[in-house]
Design a binder for this molecule. Sequence first.
Ligand SMILES: Nc1ncnc2c1ncn2[C@@H]1O[C@H](COP(=O)(O)OP(=O)(O)OP(=O)(O)O)[C@@H](O)[C@H]1O
Length: 305
Amino acid sequence: MEQYTIETHDLDFYFKDFKALDGINLSVPQGSIFGFLGPNGAGKTTTIRVLLDLFHANHGTIEIFGKPLKAHKTEILGRVGALIENPSIYKHLSGRQNLEIIRRMLNAPKSRIDEVLKIVRLTDNADKKAKHYSLGMCQRLGLAAALLSNPDLLILDEPTNGLDPSGIIEMRELILELNQQHNKTIFLSSHLLSEIEKLATDVAIVDSGKILYQGNLEGLKAQKQGIELKIEVSDTDKAAQVLKQLNFTISESTPSYVKAPISSKEDVARINTALVQNDLDVYQLTSSNENLEEIFLTLTKRLDQ
Ligand SMILES: Nc1ncnc2c1ncn2[C@@H]1O[C@H](COP(=O)(O)OP(=O)(O)OP(=O)(O)O)[C@@H](O)[C@H]1O
């Protein structure tokens, strides 16, 4: 059986009356680079904050390293390193001094500072004041801080945001190295498909607090070539459940329709029969060649507006 480093079950989270997370189910395989992809405001940072116990879910459960987060908070979070948005760095101190402060809090061995500086390629600039660091160097210093405790899981929220092309490439190489040579499972959020495609072994696509797709990249690529069925129906939540029972993946869900990749016209008949048998009114079934790439583009286009 595949081991999951993170598993969430039906996570809901509200900001007052606003439902920011709506039934988030994630299964992050051990050893993966898990791409958490979605446009601005999709719920990526909120999910990460819930995973790090900074926000408490209104509903649902989280298991990390196979144990419930609620009951094993200290033990679990001691094995997790995180980089959320811009790392907090004392600009008047050097990179090394910044790390020393955190090392003392964590009670990590002194030798770990040189190790993490080497990993993030900051050894040569370790004694420079952080105010003279580029944004890319600040991000790498933040990553070094997250690595001080030698965590098994790294949670990185948009780590390449704002970096120039060479900074992006450096960060990408580092993430791959941390995964492949240092055996870290990496949960990586991004709003850029291109970024996730270059790094991730597994992916979940989130929008409006809901998971639209989850699986490995091969499955995602296979679906890109497929045909999608747009199903306009009286109750889309119920329709999604019926489809899932038939082992279809829901690629998009709105209050008026759901979309699912299909592989034959027999699938259309099977879906129609099942929906009707479940007392749903089917208004329209339209097959299209719209694929996940186009869904991504729709998502990312929204970012540019
Ligand atoms: N403190 C808050 N109070 C109220 N609503 C919030 C708060 N923080 C986030 N939201 C809302 O919750 C939703 C999810 O936000 P979140 O920051 O998780 O999205 P995101 O996918 O990380 O996007 P971004 O890339 O812009 O950070 C958005 O609609 C956002 O406006």
